[in-house]
Design a protein. Structure first.
Length: 255
């Protein structure tokens, strides 16, 4: 009898040792992170967890001060922006849009804008140009710029905008010995209070002078004009500004 019990205990010990060895082997194959994830899942399944009520995200929140209502998406305006080659755009000193593609392919950036008047729009648009030569495609070509914008139905780019160039070249289109002229960018060019009264007006260009790519035709730019500073080929960094007057917002904006 004692012999039988000893044999059974020895067999159980052998099986247990073998199982532990197999488990270690599995862990070594799948990695400790996966094993920990599996063990945590098994533990969670083995517990009686109380069911949670599904909660709505974004709750009602507090009331807007001053008797104003909270804005809805119907209060926003859709902005379509196309720059050859890239741009950043501020509205009332706040960054609202960045073209994530610096060169090609050409693209249109569309964002929703919550209008607050007066609305000061400030855009820095850049043609893809080498900082030392003003040329592109590994200094084999003189590029050209171009900018067009439409916000809602009434705010469009045109000659009523201000436009100032800060990077010109190659001087006199000299591609053999290219040189550039740079003007220091003002630190507060994007702010609403910046004085652009001495800046020249934007110059309007025809669509065939720009040669826009397909994304332009896929978006609404009705009524908007292609603009740049005086020289669409040699001016490489241009800042555009426009202040638009309008009614006081009937909704709360947090400012």
């Amino acid at each position: 009898m004692k012999t039988t019990i000893l044999i059974m205990l020895s067999l159980a010990l052998v099986l247990s040792t073998k199982a532990q060895s197999n488990q270690k082997a599995v862990k070594s194959k799948v990695g400790p992170d996966i094993v920990a994830y599996q063990e945590a899942g098994s533990l969670a399944q083995g517990q009686n967890q109380p069911k949670r009520k599904r909660q709505r995200r974004g709750g009602r929140g507090g009331s807007a001060p001053g008797g104003k209502r909270k804005p809805t998406m119907s209060d926003t305006l859709r902005a379509n922006v196309y720059a050859d080659n890239t741009f950043i755009m501020y509205i009332n000193g706040n960054l609202v849009a960045v073209d994530s593609i610096e060169f090609i392919p050409h693209n249109v950036v569309s964002v929703d804008v919550l209008p607050e008047y007066p609305m000061t729009i400030a855009v820095m648009a850049k043609d893809n140009a080498d900082q030392e030569t003003g040329m592109e495609y590994e200094n084999t070509n003189i590029g050209d710029g171009g900018f067009i914008l439409k916000i809602g139905e009434k705010i469009v780019s045109g000659k009523h905008w201000k436009a100032k160039n800060f990077f010109h070249g190659p001087i006199k289109s000299d591609a053999k010995n290219p040189k550039v002229i740079k003007t220091t960018l003002p630190n507060d060019w994007f702010k609403a209070g910046f004085d652009d009264s001495s800046w020249p007006s934007a110059k309007v260009f025809q669509e065939d002078e720009i040669g826009p790519k397909q994304p332009y035709f896929d978006h609404d730019f009705t009524g908007a004009k292609w603009i740049w500073s005086d020289d669409i080929k040699l001016d490489n960094t241009v800042i555009f500004r426009l202040t638009v007057d309008g009614p006081e917002a009937g909704f709360y904006t947090g400012r």
